[in-house]
Design a protein around this ligand. Structure first.
Ligand code: PLP
Length: 391
């Protein structure tokens, strides 16, 4: 199979498949173009489909455990793609990254502790903290004129001085598309180390970083403490989020044991037969699909940039260093987010409201998912522009 432009242009018809992106109640209606939730409208790589068929052919689906082939596949993928050396004992398999985030907050902090996040950021970070009775400390990112975001180290240090115990980092960052540099990450780790604060780093978007930027895994840095937890998955990379499989990675055996115990107690264990088979195949046999995808997404970035500057010249598109999600500032059009949302619905397009990522830091922003065939992206962006300009 050739994973070229024609393959990704063809997309895949997801209607009638209970797809959240295409059929979520209250969000999607017949005929709307979905450019919202972070999954992609492409067929996944053939080895994944074959592995699922093969597993289904053995007609017994009893309790199953993740084995050495599963950890081996992940470890060799991370060595091959990111030059990061990992050992099987570091891995805790679990159903989703969000389950991992919640497990980390519960096991690494106490009720009432402060946890630092950096809004605008993936909404469930905030939920994981406040729904477990911890205190959200938002060291909001700084934004320059071009719409590029950087870390606010002073705000982070203030919270550390006030006793923050944990920070949750998004690396690369959703939604502001930053691939944090080595210098930025090392400065952050040194600061956290000075106050003996712990770090959970969500690296689910690791595989979507565009040249000349490079992805820097936190665990590759000398300043990363043993008890740093990295959360990863093949779900975004290979478009298999519906299988539900993720991994928490930590070099500290006590943290690994604690996370395992917590997951056991909460019944959130990994062992879905199809998730394991699909994820193994993804990590082992699908690099050509991923390389083709990354090229296609870069072409989509160019198309999106061109069309947005033609149709919405006052919008500011944050530079796209990473992920397949674009962050657009439409404050110049002076329309509240809720109004933009309902106009988008009227014009037949669904985007993610910026306020999902932070009530104040997301006001006036929308997120566009460009992980779809280019025709679909351009149609959706045209509808979005009409919605913003014409009401
Ligand atoms: C930063 C980040 N973490 C986690 C997730 C969700 O991962 P999972 O479905 O494994 O919980 C997403 C999905 O968009 C995400 O962007």
């Amino acid at each position: 199979m050739k994973y070229d432009r024609a393959f990704f242009d063809a997309g895949i018809d997801r209607r009638g498949t209970q797809s959240v992106k295409w059929a979520a109640r209250g969000i999607m209606e017949e005929g709307m173009v979905p450019l919202w939730v972070a999954d992609m409208d492409f067929a996944c790589a053939q080895p994944i489909v074959d592995a699922l068929h093969q597993r289904a052919d053995h007609a017994c689906f009893g309790y199953t455990f993740p084995g050495p082939e599963d950890s081996g596949a992940l470890i060799s993928f991370w060595r091959r793609r990111h030059k990061l050396a990992l050992l099987p004992g570091y891995l805790v398999m679990l159903p989703t990254v969000v389950a991992g985030l919640r497990a980390c907050v519960q096991t690494m902090t106490h009720p009432g502790d402060g946890v630092i996040i950096q809004s605008p950021v993936y909404g469930p970070f905030l939920d994981a903290v406040c729904e477990s009775g911890r205190m959200v400390l938002d060291a909001g990112l700084r934004r320059d004129e071009q719409g590029r975001y950087t870390m606010d180290y002073e705000a982070i240090e203030r919270f550390l001085q006030q006793g923050a115990r944990l920070m949750i980092l998004c690396n690369p960052h959703n939604p502001v598309s930053r691939a944090w540099t080595q210098e930025e990450l090392r400065a952050l780790l040194s600061l956290l180390n000075r106050y003996k604060a712990r770090l959970v780093t969500d690296e689910i978007h690791a595989d979507f970083v565009y040249s000349p930027r490079e992805f820097v895994p936190v665990l590759s840095l000398p300043e990363a403490r043993e008890d740093t937890v990295m959360l990863v998955a093949a779900s975004k990379t290979f478009n298999i989020a519906g299988l539900q499989q993720a991994t928490a990675i930590c070099r500290d055996p006590d943290v690994v044991a604690m996370l395992r115990r917590y997951l056991e107690r909460s019944g959130a264990q990994c062992g879905n037969i199809f998730a394991l088979a699909g994820t193994r195949a993804a990590y082992q046999h699908c690099d050509d699909w991923l390389d083709g995808l990354l090229q296609y997404l870069q072409a989509n970035q160019e198309a999106l940039t061109g069309l947005l500057s033609d149709l919405l010249p006052h919008a500011v598109l944050t530079p796209m260093e990473a992920t397949y999600l674009a962050w657009v500032d439409i404050r110049a059009y002076d329309t509240p987010n809720c109004e933009v949302g309902s106009r988008c619905k009227k014009h037949g397009v669904a985007l993610t409201d910026g306020q999902f990522f932070g009530m104040s830091t997301g006001e006036g922003f929308m997120r566009i998912n460009y992980g779809c065939p280019q025709g679909q992206l351009l149609e959706g962006v045209q509808r979005f522009a009409h919605a913003v300009k014409e009401g």
